[in-house]
Ligand binder design. Structure first.
Ligand code: CP
Length: 360
């Protein structure tokens, strides 16, 4: 199915040259934001946030306002007709007739993909459950480009909730496309990076190793990407408490790191980085959040200036087959066509909405 509009659901839907162009544009905007003040005059952006956000929502809104556009939307679905049972399909269909571009965050994986199927304007994924967060990745790439002057040849440590962390999933998929990057995953066995992300890294020619402690990895890193243990994604409070406070970056651990290592974090932080680290010149997470505005300005301009649509569903419907992931949008909104990508012999299927695999 070909959409008339260019959506951003997953960065992997685009070639690396497209991301590079966005990063270049973001860097140019950072140097002279005023030059872009009228790029979106007369345009309206809708932000549909079904899940809490500070940075993503406000940086998107700031980006559109700084481009001369205007904004509408909700940040609490309880105050919209979602509370009356309206589907994503209907909400998207309606709001996309009020706006020129739609930004959606949702607690369920594949929700942005689902929205793109019915939208009459471009849709941007601002985070779908524990699945993907492509605009955070654009922010991270811009930060690396500016602060490390390269996206290649880096040793990147990712620490914390790697199973639920959509930011690290998107970032691994992206950075593994650049030559010479090496990943060190630092997590407990319960919170390890999902197998499908590790397979993508291998397929892209990058390497990874997995360790249990920050101390054994930190000295090797060019970039340390810390993440929050995401309480809201755990089945019970007990399971969350068993993981909480496992990894805490403090001044003592920073002494083991290279002088030019940088610390990133998508934020919000809870207690995984002590406030004393904020004063270390290698702590780059607040700067990273600031760069998010420039990355999103570049993205909005690029998407709105694009004429070309993209494929919405590329997979196939298999009679009677549905996704096994209870957190997949196809198990929340029944009308959605189930769609799967097939492995070589069609016994391994991958849900096109949430990437969950199943054998048939
Ligand atoms: N990084 C990020 O997505 O932050 P918010 O949840 O505050 O948007």
């Amino acid at each position: 199915m070909q959409s008339e509009y260019q959506h951003l659901i997953d960065l992997s839907d685009y070639p690396v040259s497209w991301w590079n162009d966005l990063v270049e544009l973001g860097a140019k905007i950072k140097e002279n934001p005023q030059e872009y003040a009228h790029e979106c005059d007369g345009k309206i952006m809708a932000t549909l946030f079904y899940e809490p956000s500070t940075r993503t929502q406000m940086s998107f809104q700031t980006a559109m306002l700084r481009l001369g556009g205007r904004i509408i939307g909700f940040d609490n679905p309880a105050n919209s007709s979602v509370s009356k049972g309206e589907t994503i399909k209907d909400t998207t269909k309606i709001v996309s007739n009020y706006a020129d571009i739609l930004v959606i965050r949702h607690p369920v994986a594949g929700a942005a993909k689902a929205a793109s199927l019915s939208a009459d304007c471009p849709v941007i994924n601002a985070g779908d459950g524990g699945h993907l967060h492509p605009t955070q990745t654009l922010t991270d790439l811009l930060t690396l480009k500016i602060e490390k002057n390269t996206l290649s040849g880096l040793t990147i440590g990712m620490c914390g909730d790697l199973i639920n962390g959509r930011t690290v999933h998107s970032l691994c998929k992206a950075l593994s496309m650049f030559r010479g990057n090496r990943f060190i995953f630092i997590s407990t066995p319960e919170l390890m990076m999902p197998a499908y992300i590790k397979d993508i890294i291998k397929a892209n020619g990058s390497t990874y190793e997995e360790v249990n402690t920050l101390e054994e990895a930190i000295g090797k890193l060019d970039v340390l990407y810390m993440t929050r243990i995401q309480q809201e994604r755990f089945a019970s409070r007990e399971e969350y408490l068993a993981q909480k406070n496992t990894y805490v970056l403090d001044r003592k651990k920073m002494l083991l790191a290279k002088k030019d290592m940088i610390v990133l974090h998508p934020l919000p932080r809870v207690d995984e980085i002590t406030v004393e680290v904020d004063d270390d010149r290698r702590a780059m997470y607040f700067t990273q959040a600031k760069y998010g505005v420039f990355a999103r300005m570049a993205l909005i301009m690029t998407i709105l200036n694009s004429k070309k649509g993209s494929e919405t569903l590329k997979g196939k419907v298999y009679a009677g087959v549905r996704c096994d992931n209870p957190r997949c949008i196809t198990n929340h909104e029944e009308y959605l066509p189930k769609s799967f990508r097939a492995g070589g012999d069609e016994t391994l299927l991958e849900c096109e909405y949430c990437d969950e695999r199943k054998l048939i």
